[in-house]
Write a protein that binds this ligand. Sequence first.
Ligand SMILES: NC(=O)c1ccc[n+]([C@@H]2O[C@H](COP(=O)([O-])OP(=O)(O)OC[C@H]3O[C@@H](n4cnc5c(N)ncnc54)[C@H](OP(=O)(O)O)[C@@H]3O)[C@@H](O)[C@H]2O)c1
Length: 339
Amino acid sequence: MNDISERIDSNLVPKRKLYTGAEIPAVGLGTFGSDRFTADQIAEAVLGAIEIGYRHIDCVAVYGNEKEIGVSLQKAMQKGIKREELWITSKLWNNKHAEEDVIPTCKQTLRDLQLDYLDLYLIHWPFPNHHGVGVDVNSRDPHAIPYIHENYMKTWRQMEKLVEMGLVRNIGTSNMTVPKLKLLLRDAKIKPVVNEMELHPHFQQPEFFQFCKDNDIAAIGFCPIGSPTRPDRDKTPDDTVDIEDPVIVKIAQRYNVHPAVICVKWAVQRGQIPIPFSVHPNEYLSNLKCATTEPLTDEEMKEIASADKNNRLIKGQVFLWETARDWRDLWDLDGQIAS
Ligand SMILES: NC(=O)c1ccc[n+]([C@@H]2O[C@H](COP(=O)([O-])OP(=O)(O)OC[C@H]3O[C@@H](n4cnc5c(N)ncnc54)[C@H](OP(=O)(O)O)[C@@H]3O)[C@@H](O)[C@H]2O)c1
């Protein structure tokens, strides 16, 4: 709920057509509270966001707030929003990759979200590696292992079964790389419809983005604003700040909006699907509204393209196995899958 009276007509928000024919709203609401907001606050933002026009919510089991979000989804539907108008994504966490865990875990998410089906279910990370709450980012779990394609495919087969069972309409990946996706595209019976990946002006991943386009995989972009309030454990001294970039700031002044809004607007116009997070009604409103207003000029789009700093924020160090060199091993930077 919120005290904002402005509403965005959800029919005016662009949609991206997936190869399955399904249409996903081009802006979604992220639901990761970065240790700063309670599950109830995030659930309240979900309800408020649907009220002002959002139809796409990016949920995640490991954030521990799906039950509360489920209550908000129910409330929204009781107020007249139809289930088929909503696009609800969730993700399988790393400790549930075992074949026997995938279907029961998805069913638990469905119970928590109070839904009969998900529009999209993703494998959150390509590694079955997890870590205790609050562990030091530099610690290595002795059970952590590198990517093993055979194991990933066993998990993927169960994801395919979820589609066959009608519990999930579309399946996809998250935090993948080009070499890993090539193997999946080769071996999947049902190919991924999306890859959720970090995408913001300072981390545009142009080759990977193009690879997704070429292979009919839509790119959902996380941290679209450069996650300015992410937890300290996800910050390193070399990180740059998208919303302080002079190009972004200049364009924001021109449109009289916060630089965050330009990051979201650019993302939609580039063809990716940003999922900005905010619990503040004025912020989530402006993040949706910008997808419906006058577009950036070609010149502005070019200026933002040249502001890329190749600055990955979510490096994933906590998922490293003992013999890995550093976080770069998670991302196959030399085109080879690290083992
Ligand atoms: N698949 C994955 O592995 C993965 C990884 C990371 C994130 N995600 C998803 O991506 C979502 C978004 O990423 P994120 O939350 O890290 O970062 P983000 O969306 O880039 O940034 C969110 C922060 O930006 C500020 N903000 C948002 N809209 C604003 C506006 N209009 N004006 C001014 N400030 C604004 C808010 O700060 P204040 O609260 O201080 O206002 C908010 O906390 C997450 O919530 C999560 O759902 C997925």
